[in-house]
Design a protein around this ligand. Structure first.
Ligand code: MLT
Ligand code: ZN
Length: 455
């Protein structure tokens, strides 16, 4: 492969190319903040033909490309730290069509998640995949990472909503996959290979998204829990009585950071753990589930949002966590086990984190309703970056081993990127990883797309 500094930028086949130091820094990083951005250029293609030309140019020159969405990722999948050319899809952000009969919204990959959600609502439908970074994240990046978020419990991950994809492969071919069909039993469904491929197999240029019927009026409740092991029992209880859209949890430590950043405590007396549940509004069922959980000692307190504004305020307690921690440069674990494994796993993980990080602040939160925990270790002020990262990496190897005992995942929804590739083998077998490498060679024979990511 040629070094990028020798790649002939004058011949790069895009109209818009950025090379100023501030642009290189801006487009070279994602939300991990752990890697020093160092791309050699930023290409902003404006058409599928330009993306194809760019990929073909990369094949001819050997210049590595980093496909880039809103760069809100948390695993370094969109980081360009080695002289790569960033391919930002942000100029390709149009809604291309809406098909009411099929409830299909076809968009260019650079459109934000929020714009897709708004477009769905304007058509009296919803795009139900949702997370706090909705305003900046782009649909192409959501597909490339199979983004999850806060409604997975009810609606599943991005994959469930991708009805068609147009992708430029690593050799520059344009594939038009599945074309919005519901049924299509014609062999391997290549569309799903690109979902979660983190820019290593192709550049996603267009997405046909299935939209859903809006749910009935939703209600939000935050509950205070006295013990970690009450979480799964409470999930089970609420699920029997209510139609849940979300079941999120956070610790008092997480809440303290949100409060410091301007959030309001929901209860006077602190509790060690909190749950936020969103469900199809049914005040009576919610109150009786709450009374029962209170009587059985699963909760100590609760608050039910009485208006949209109150519901939003309650959601901010959960959604504000990542932002409230970001200045502390936490080391993030994004792990998952099956929901049925949660009771034993939570006990094991509680002991594990207390043992492994006796002197660090460890902040728990996440999407407990689908088995996904975010456990962020706070960087102590007095510790160097190197020492902090080294000690977290040592512990993450042991965490990987613990997760493999539970059949869990070392990256539930943030992807592998650069941050988790050394731990991939705890969640995927050697034959699986070999097959993934073989697929990479098929779709990107010259290895120009996102080199060094995932593997
Ligand atoms: C979230 O659910 O808030 C993010 O995925 C998690 C994180 O910042 O670790
Ligand atoms: Zn999350």
């Amino acid at each position: 492969m040629l070094t990028t500094s020798s790649a002939p930028f004058e011949s790069i086949p895009v109209r818009r190319l950025l090379r100023s130091p501030s642009d290189l820094e801006h487009y070279g990083r994602d939300w991990t903040r752990r890697f020093v951005p160092s791309p050699s250029a930023v290409a902003l293609p404006e058409s599928v033909a330009e993306v194809q030309a760019l990929v073909r140019w990369a094949n001819q020159t050997g210049a590595p490309l980093v496909p880039s969405g809103g760069r809100t990722g948390l695993s370094g999948g969109a980081v360009a730290a080695n002289g790569e050319v960033v391919v930002s899809l942000e100029s390709m952000r149009s809604i291309l069509s809406f098909d009411a009969a099929d409830r299909l919204l076809t968009v260019q990959a650079g459109i934000t998640t929020q714009a897709v959600q708004d477009a769905a609502r304007e058509r009296d439908l919803i795009y139900p995949v949702d997370f706090a970074s909705r305003g900046s994240s782009q649909i192409g990046g959501n597909v490339a990472t199979n983004a999850g978020g806060i409604k997975v419990l009810r609606y599943g991950l991005t994959r469930n909503w991708v009805a068609g994809l147009k992708v430029v492969t690593g050799s520059g071919e344009l594939l038009d996959l599945n074309r919005g069909l519901v049924k299509n039993a014609t062999g391997y469904d290549l569309r799903h290979l690109f979902v979660g491929s983190e820019g290593t197999l192709g550049v996603i240029v267009e997405v046909a998204l299935r939209l859903a019927e809006p749910p009935p009026q939703q209600q939000v409740m935050v509950l205070a829990l006295p013990r970690l092991d009450a979480l799964t029992e409470l999930l089970d209880r609420l699920r029997r009585r209510l139609v849940l859209s979300a079941f999120e949890f956070f610790s008092d430590k997480a809440l303290a950071h949100v409060v410091r950043a301007g959030g309001r405590r929901p209860f006077e007396a602190p509790a060690p753990w909190y749950v936020l549940a969103e469900f199809d509004a049914d005040q009576e069922a919610a109150l009786s589930a709450f009374d029962e959980a209170l009587a059985d000692g699963l909760v100590n307190d609760g608050v039910l949002g009485q208006s949209d504004a109150q519901a939003q305020e309650l959601w901010r307690l959960r959604e504000g966590i990542t932002e409230s921690l970001s200045h502390l440069r936490p080391y993030k674990n994004d792990i998952a086990v099956r929901v049925g494994m949660l009771p034993t796993f939570l006990t094991a993980a509680d002991g594990f984190f207390a043992r492994e990080y006796p002197e660090f602040e460890v902040v728990w939160f996440g999407h407990i309703g689908d088995g996904n925990l975010h456990i962020s270790v706070i960087h102590p002020d007095a510790m160097s970056d190197e020492a902090f990262t080294a000690s977290c990496e040592r512990v993450t190897h042991r965490l990987g081993a613990l997760l493999s005992e539970f059949g869990g995942s070392i990256s539930a929804e943030h992807g592998v990127g650069l941050l988790k590739k050394d731990y991939l083998h705890y969640s995927r077998s050697s034959p699986e990883i070999e097959l993934m490498r073989a697929m990479k060679r098929v779709f990107d024979p010259a290895g120009v797309l996102n080199p060094g990511k995932v593997f």
